[in-house]
Write a protein that binds this ligand. Structure first.
Ligand code: MG
Length: 382
């Protein structure tokens, strides 16, 4: 079998789909994207195409190493996201060729269903209790919300009290009938993280995500010694080599590699295995589309330490399209009591409505995240 062509489709809300064609008519799909930099990742995929055309797509390991090591410079969000989407498409082709789901190629499932969680509250969090109540009636009992809006490097205690009051209200409304993770989203400085983690402890968040930016990852171990709250991070780390020092230093209870950002299924399986060796749980980051979610699930279903899967149904970013709009086999993605079953179809298990994707790509926008500024006009972390 030979790879004959690569096709890229930017689609709403902010996704980039890749189709890899073969001379045997099998098409593999991947999702190589960095949110807000879709065009840059598309350029990277196109630049890698000469290494792929004419290759046997089933030689996934050698192709991965070629793309990673063959260019001398490696790593980072753009290249690792390009490799990720290509890698997903190659696994999809291999599974379709052999007529089995990817998790079967990887030795079979270790669980019958995967627990997911739902986003509530939006960018600058509000209205979360009403949304939780509604989602709870649909079976979800685990949620994630942004811990705060913009926060200054050293902010007033009023800002801290606002964060705590919101979280206290959630506990008042739901008691311990639900769990929720708080995403600090890299908005919180090291000194403010120390304060917030202490104040949040009585409200038992399931985890705090990106308590500080990945650039400050040496702080995870220090912060974890000061709090009983489980710390999670990893969406802005792009390979085993980025995770290595974090595992060695300790501090994270959950790692959240993004299967569309961190080298794809091939690399994220290895990150998951490293995490298992350190007794760290896995919760792949996935605020993206259905191919990315299917790739995450392929990793989850063969990873003993996978505890939670993010999914983007109803997420505040999904303007102009929803998670399953481009999917034919929507029923396979049914989330019952917040759990999803292994996708039964060969390959990644997602059947893409190619015509819908082609049509959508003709009018795709170019999503950018909002730019936030503090009251004094300086740039705020979003
Ligand atoms: Mg996050």
């Amino acid at each position: 079998m030979k790879i004959t062509n690569l096709r890229l489709y930017p689609v709403a809300p902010r996704w980039l789909f890749l189709a890899i064609d073969t001379d045997q008519g099998i098409v593999g799909w991947g999702e190589p994207v960095i949110e807000g930099r879709a065009q840059t990742v598309a350029a990277a995929v196109n630049e890698l195409a000469p290494y792929l055309i004419g290759r046997d797509p089933r030689q996934i390991n050698d192709i991965w190493q070629t793309l990673y090591r063959g260019g001398f410079y490696r790593g980072g969000p753009i290249l690792m996201s390009a490799i990720a989407g290509i890698d997903q498409a190659l696994w999809d082709i291999k599974g379709k060729d052999l007529g089995v789901p990817v998790y079967d190629l990887l030795g079979g499932t270790v669980r019958d269903s995967m627990k997911t969680y739902s986003w509530v509250g939006g960018d600058d969090p509000q209205d979360e209790s009403r949304q939780m109540k509604e989602l709870k009636t649909q079976g979800w009992d685990t949620f994630k919300l942004n811990g705060c809006g913009k926060l200054k490097m050293i902010d007033s205690y009023r800002a801290v009290e606002q964060v705590i009051a919101r979280v206290a209200t959630i506990r008042e409304n739901f008691g311990s009938s639900i769990d929720f993770g708080l995403d600090f989203h890299g908005r919180v400085s090291v000194p403010m993280a120390k304060v917030l983690l202490k104040e949040l402890e009585p409200y038992h968040p399931l985890f705090v995500e990106e308590p500080v930016l990945a650039e400050q990852s040496e702080q995870y171990a220090i912060l974890s010694r000061q709090t009983s709250i489980v710390l999670a991070a990893g969406e802005r780390m792009y390979s085993r080599f980025d995770f290595k020092s974090v595992f060695e230093a300790g501090g994270l209870g959950i790692v959240q590699p993004d299967v569309s950002h961190a080298g794809g299924i091939t690399e994220c399986l290895k990150i998951a295995s490293m995490a298992e060796a350190y007794d760290v749980a896995l919760a792949p980051h996935c605020p993206l589309g259905p191919i990315a979610l299917a790739a995450c699930l392929a990793v989850d279903f063969v990873s003993h330490n996978a505890v939670l899967q993010e999914q983007s149904m109803g997420i505040h970013y999904n303007q102009g399209a929803e998670l399953l709009d481009y999917v034919v086999n929507k029923d396979d993605f049914a989330m019952v009591d917040g759990h999803i079953k292994p996708l039964p179809k060969p390959g990644l298990g997602v059947e893409i409505n190619e015509q819908a994707v082609i049509e959508a790509s003709k009018k795709a926008g170019d999503w950018k995240n909002p730019l936030w500024r503090h009251g004094d006009g300086s740039i705020a972390e979003w």
